[in-house]
Design a protein around this ligand. Structure first.
Ligand SMILES: [Fe+2]
Ligand SMILES: [Fe+2]
Length: 196
């Protein structure tokens, strides 16, 4: 592969870091979904599966930009530490918060300085989608911490349910009629993936 031009090295490094983060988040949420099933928290499992799919979309988007910039996209998938679903939700929320508060803002700033529109687009999609995950994980944590595990106490955590994931940017929604188009990337609603 040809060498990466010097002015692109930081953007490429940031894309690789984000690719690794998203790929590991996908592995983590997939394992957390299995644990939630074990605990009978099928709605929480649905959420983890939807978020896992969104992270996979982010990883693929980042990889596409890396490819265009002449870089490989390879990363190490680390072993997942699985705890209780409440702890797993907190781990997931912390990961999302790091990406929303620290990682993507700094990567976006750098890509903007470089006027790298492809990097800006993929980072923006992930940054906005992670906010939807943080909100949904927070909601699940509040329910579970209050002992609200199923519909007998008004909780969605117990029964498998549908989430809607934008196939372009990973925006994740819990209601079907929320939008006509993805509020982040404008993808038509009919193309959204239904994850259960
Ligand atoms: Fe996420
Ligand atoms: Fe989208």
């Amino acid at each position: 592969m040809p060498a990466i031009p010097a002015e692109n090295t930081i953007t490429v490094q940031n894309l690789l870091t984000a690719f690794e983060g998203e790929s590991n988040a996908n592995a983590k949420y997939t394992a957390f979904a299995a644990k939630a099933v074990e605990e009978g928290l099928h709605g929480a499992a649905s959420l983890f599966r939807a978020a896992a799919r969104a992270e996979q979309i982010h990883a693929v988007n980042h990889a596409r930009v890396l490819d265009r910039m002449g870089s490989r996209s390879e990363c190490e998938i680390r072993p997942v530490e699985v705890k209780s679903t409440l702890e797993n939700l907190k781990t997931a929320l912390n990961g999302e918060r790091y990406e929303i508060d620290t990682m993507y803002p700094s990567f976006l700033e750098e890509a903007t300085e470089r006027k790298n529109t492809a990097a800006i687009r993929t980072f923006t999609g992930a940054f906005e989608a992670e906010k939807t995950h943080a909100r949904l994980f927070s909601e699940a944590i509040a329910l579970l911490a209050a002992g609200k595990k199923d519909s007998s106490n008004g909780s969605w955590l117990g029964e498998a349910r549908e989430f809607y994931v934008c196939p372009v940017c990973g925006y994740t929604s819990e209601t079907e009629e929320e939008h006509e188009r993805c509020p982040v990337c404008n993808c038509p609603w009919e193309k959204f993936e239904i994850i259960r």
